[in-house]
Design a protein around this ligand. Structure first.
Ligand code: AMW
Length: 151
């Protein structure tokens, strides 16, 4: 099976939802909310400023497609779309990625707590292999989402 690079991680195509000319979207091994997915440039660059204009364009067009898909599929009514651009902003994987998080009424008692959760969910204390989803579960989710893209 072929793989894509996400920073130091090798990503199996089974967990990839969509690949375009310059970007790809994958399911998350430790989602903050159901349907929390990531969209990345294919080229491994660390910071948003490192992207070429055509990569920015493809990345955001892909984000738009994927955001609509997960909002609908996970019965959400809004989205949080975020880039943690640099370590002080909470970036842990040195490869630009857009977090797409479906939102629903009452999902967090305080709406902006999602940013605290985003900061915490892959911190040193939280990001243990025992807390990751199985490859099978991730591949199953990616497969369902890929199918939805066809309609
Ligand atoms: W960052 O804190 O760098 O803005 O976010 C990294 C994101 O990548 C987290 O949501 C984390 O759960 C996710 N992640 C890290 N490694 C993998 C992987 N191998 N497969 C899927 N998601 C991953």
């Amino acid at each position: 099976m072929s793989t894509l690079r996400f920073g130091q991680h090798l990503i199996k195509t089974s967990v990839v939802i969509l690949q375009t000319e310059l970007s790809f979207a994958l399911v998350n091994r430790k989602p903050v909310v159901p349907g929390h997915v990531l969209v990345c440039p294919l080229r491994q660059v660390e910071r948003f400023r490192d992207l070429q204009p055509e990569e920015v364009s493809d990345l955001f067009r892909t984000t738009q497609t994927i955001a609509s898909l997960v909002e609908k599929h996970f019965d959400a009514t809004s989205l949080t779309i975020a880039i943690q651009d640099g370590p002080e902003a909470g970036q842990t994987v040195k490869h630009v990625h857009v977090h797409v998080l479906p939102r629903k009424a009452g999902d967090f008692e305080r709406n902006d707590s999602i940013y605290d959760e985003l900061q915490k969910h892959d911190g040193d204390d939280e990001d243990a292999p025992s807390k990751w989803r199985s490859e099978e579960e991730m591949a199953a989710e990616a497969s369902v989402l890929r199918e939805q893209l066809l309609f």
